[in-house]
Design a protein around this ligand. Structure first.
Ligand SMILES: [Ca+2]
Ligand SMILES: [Ca+2]
Ligand SMILES: [Ca+2]
Ligand SMILES: [Ca+2]
Length: 372
């Protein structure tokens, strides 16, 4: 069974408030488990007698609660595969395993590229991960786990430290507002398994799973569009106006700036325009609530310039953005489409007309057309 792009919220049960898997092997991908409660064990999910074919990938678990064990998840005689999941703010009331509780010696999940941060166990035992009576020994690689490495020593109670694990604040965008996207300065960016092969997957936002050559830890892959020239977290008419002013300039010209050279050849031309068009109306995932992009909901207001400056971001700095693409030839139908798009843009965007005079716009369109 496949469960994809689903939200499990505000559900209740004795075991497995959100989901109870018994002797089954679902693949659960790009799902959100939040505010589920279990009156006994496993606030979010309870896995009972499942093997490694049961996979949780790109899922977020937050604000799930259990009375006894496993706020986020319980594994009983279960060894699922848990990849690129984020566990935060899950809790137990009276026993241990705020994020994850593994029960019985067979319960050795394979945990990779995950974040466990800010979960709490009511009895103080295993806030992030608890292995009952030290019997289970999960394998853990390329994860960010709170307090896993206190004083530079791996906490062996968590399981086997395979490789690449860190103990550092993941810098979520706004965890108090349940926004568990990675911020631009997160230590989890580009720190997942370097051999990770899930290149056809998407992250919790529907953005490519691997950006900048290496997968991130957690359910979110960080992406900042190179076409967001003014760094206000959306690609819109303002970026377009900046781009238009540099049109057909080359290295050395007064109006040339390398940031517009998206297809890298030191000239601002059709190839750059084509790449710009692909990014039109891109919005920064971290400015939106978790799941908003997945649900196709609207986008919130962009950050103010003062906010951008307060973050220390200046023009020309693109943390972990997509690398520039090599120059490629675009075909004539593409240019025809672009001109059509430009004309529609001019007719429909009032803001654009305020930023560029009709004469400047006409000149720009004529120059595009001449070359076409
Ligand atoms: Ca990455
Ligand atoms: Ca993302
Ligand atoms: Ca912008
Ligand atoms: Ca170029």
């Amino acid at each position: 069974m496949r469960i994809t792009n689903c939200t499990f919220r505000n559900n209740k049960g004795e075991c497995g408030g959100g989901l109870y898997n018994y002797s089954s092997s679902p693949t659960v991908t790009n799902c959100i488990f939040s505010d589920n409660t279990a009156s006994l064990y496993g606030g979010g999910v309870y896995n009972d007698q499942v093997n490694s074919a049961t996979e949780f990938t790109n899922c977020v678990f937050y604000d799930n609660k259990a009375e006894y064990y496993g706020g986020g998840m319980v594994n009983e005689d279960a060894w699922p595969t848990i990849i690129n999941c984020t566990f935060s703010q899950n809790s137990t009331i009276s026993e241990g395993g705020g994020g994850l509780h593994n029960y019985l010696s067979s319960s050795n999940p394979d945990i990779k590229n995950c974040i466990f941060w800010g979960n709490t166990a009511g009895n103080g035992v295993g806030h992030q991960i608890e292995n009952y009576q030290s019997q289970p020994v999960p394998t853990i690689s390329y994860c960010d786990i709170q307090d896993c490495n206190t004083g530079g020593v791996w906490d062996a109670n968590l399981g086997t430290n395979v490789a690449g694990n860190i103990d550092a604040d993941p810098c979520f965008a706004a965890p108090d507002a349940n926004n568990y996207h990675l911020r631009y300065d997160s230590p989890c960016i580009d720190k997942g398994d370097p051999d990770f092969a899930g290149s056809n997957e998407t992250d919790i936002d529907g953005e490519p799973r691997v950006i900048n050559g290496r997968v991130d830890m957690g359910a979110d892959e960080f992406y900042w569009s190179l076409a967001d020239f003014n760094l206000d977290e959306i690609v819109n008419f303002i970026d377009y106006a900046m781009f238009a002013n540099a049109w057909q300039t080359s290295l050395g010209d007064p109006d040339y700036n390398d940031i517009y050279d998206l297809a890298d050849n030191n000239t601002i031309d059709y190839n750059d325009l084509a790449l710009f068009c692909e990014q039109w109306l891109w919005q920064a995932a971290w400015t939106q609530p978790l799941g908003a992009m997945m649900m196709g909901q609207g986008w919130s207001q962009p950050m103010s310039q003062s906010r951008i400056q307060s973050l220390g971001l200046t023009e020309g700095l693109y943390p972990s953005a997509l690398p520039k693409q090599p120059q490629t030839q675009i075909t004539e139908p593409d240019i025809e489409e672009i001109i059509k798009w430009l004309e529609e843009l001019w007719l429909t965007q009032d803001e654009l007309r305020k930023m560029i005079s009709p004469a400047e716009w006409q000149e720009f369109i004529e120059r595009v057309k001449i070359r076409y």
